[in-house]
Design a protein around this ligand. Structure first.
Ligand code: SF4
Length: 504
């Protein structure tokens, strides 16, 4: 066979990362749509509809599904008889592919990778380096799987060295409720059981790239112990009632993968990795005949759904004061219009340091809402690129000083707040809303203009002012401390069945 050329490898990797930024795997869409049709919780059904509509919009517009376009991962199975016509290493070639994909002129992706992770945390600007795993196998081909994993779901990865007689189902059911909705369900869970700690983690990551096929497994019945475990976990995790975006509902996971490997007599390593609503991976094979061609899926694979805002209240945030917030209750669906500020981890850290030093803040937060977001750069006539919410719990420690010292009255993000942040919101009569994580392109269509107000050097973490029109959100913590992420799952857990769970 012909040697694999360096340029073919690099361009194939670049094309694949572009491809997965706007095309969900079709099996994810099919299974999510089926779950949407089964769903009985109105809030979860609405969240699923937004994810499906956002996905179709991303596929049509060739813009990212989610504003977090992920850390780049590449799995390679390299045939031991492959000939290479290259002068770069595999790591260098994958990185060059990632660089091309993430700095693409028509569809730039968000650079989320920071060097010096425990120090200065400096953005590498092109999302490199990728995390590359290589396995040698028999043959003349190179099989490549690329994946882009968002921080929200990666942060909820779990690992334990269980004792040999510990029960894995019990362990999973004890940790999944503590993951809350930060990993943007519905998605899938992948377990690696056995081997050593790093082997268990890697097995779980590889298996995450397999097609979603739980409904087929349920239809034909389990044939192995691992398939028994998959079904048991699928049913029991969904019985927790967490639901889409943690709002309470029938479907938290579309599938559960289980991969096993022999282990030491004293050990039972188990890794549990979630994949989120922005499940993104592509597979291709290089055999020396040229670059890979990824066939675009037919848009017929996406259902044609329409958003239903008939029960949403229209709210002009420019006219809101703290006293007005008591009219909104946890679970209310709102369409926000007016001017909102943005800020996430780095901006909050700086703001709170300035507050502690008694310095003037660069922005007036009085009677304003802040949206936790790090948008993708805009192209063509966009006011902003995909701009979905980021995980709010990372900002929990900043809630009290922001509410107490700046006059801020509202926050918008994704998933639940911790007890201290919820109590601060109640104490100050403020409000916290969620937008749907993984519906970033759809959310960005509500943003009519954008300008940077402070910290421009922070790039996507700068403080922007967005002018929004009918931005869909749900009240997640109201001014009395009512919290939809507590009431929703509890309600649906009781409806689905009675299994004991650990509360977050
Ligand atoms: S869907 Fe949620 S967890 Fe996944 S990349 Fe987007 S924001 Fe992150």
């Amino acid at each position: 066979m012909a040697a694999i050329k360096q340029e073919d490898f690099i361009q194939s990797v670049a094309d694949a990362f572009q491809f997965i930024s706007y095309y969900h795997p079709v099996d994810y869409i099919r299974n999510l749509h089926d779950a949407y049709l089964r769903e009985q919780s109105p809030a979860a059904k609405d969240a699923m509809a937004q994810i499906l509509i956002n996905s179709r919009m991303a596929a049509e517009g060739h813009r990212p599904i989610c504003q977090d376009t992920g850390i780049a991962i590449a799995f390679l199975r390299v045939g031991m008889n492959v000939q290479w016509d290259v002068h770069m290493t595999i790591q260098e070639m994958v990185d060059e592919g990632v660089r091309r994909a993430y700095t693409h002129r028509d569809n730039p992706l968000r650079a989320s990778v920071l060097a010096d992770p425990d120090g200065k945390r400096v953005n590498t600007k092109d999302n490199t380096p990728a995390v590359v795993h290589v396995e040698l196998v028999p043959g003349h081909e190179v099989e490549v799987i690329v994946a882009a994993k968002g921080g929200g779901s990666e942060n909820k990865s779990k690992f334990a060295m269980l004792l040999p007689n510990d029960n894995i189902v019990d362990w999973v059911l004890s940790v999944v409720p503590t993951m809350g909705a930060d990993w943007c369900p519905p998605g899938l869970l992948s377990l690696g059981i056995g081997g050593t700690p790093e082997k268990a983690m890697l097995m779980a990551k590889w298996a995450m790239m397999d097609p979603i096929n739980m409904q087929e497994l349920l239809a034909r019945g389990p044939k192995t112990r691992a398939e028994d475990l998959r079904i048991a976990l699928y049913e029991k995790v969904n019985a927790l009632g967490i639901g889409a975006q943690g709002l309470g509902g029938l479907t938290t996971v579309l599938d559960v993968k289980v991969t096993e490997f022999p282990t030491h007599a004293a050990s039972k390593p188990v890794a549990l990795l979630p994949n989120c609503a922005a499940t993104r991976h592509a597979h291709f094979v290089l055999d020396g005949s040229g670059p890979a061609h990824l066939e675009p899926p037919s848009l017929d694979a996406w259902p044609k759904l329409a958003l239903d805002f008939s029960t949403s209240k229209r709210v002009n945030v420019d006219q809101l004061a703290k006293a007005d917030l008591s009219q909104f209750k946890a679970g209310d669906r709102l369409l926000l219009s007016g001017k909102i500020l943005t800020g996430r981890d780095a901006a909050h850290k700086r703001l709170v340091e300035m507050i502690e030093k008694g310095e003037d803040l660069p922005v007036d937060f009085a009677n304003r809402f802040i949206y936790y977001v790090g948008p993708v750069d805009p192209v063509r006539d966009e006011a902003v690129g995909p701009a979905g919410p980021t995980t709010s719990s990372r900002m929990d420690k900043f809630v009290e000083p922001m509410l107490a010292k700046t006059g801020l009255i509202g926050m918008i993000g994704k998933s639940e707040r911790g007890p201290a942040a919820t109590e601060s919101i109640r104490k100050h009569g403020a409000m916290y809303c969620i937008a749907v994580g993984g519906a970033a392109y759809l959310v960005s269509k509500a943003i009519r203009s954008s300008k940077v107000l402070a910290f421009p050097e922070l790039g996507m973490e700068a403080i922007y002012e967005f002018e929004v029109k009918d931005m869909p959100v749900t009240v997640a913590v109201d001014s009395q401390g009512g919290a939809v992420h507590k009431s929703g799952p509890a309600e649906w857990r009781a409806k689905i069945g009675k299994i004991p769970v650990v509360t977050a």
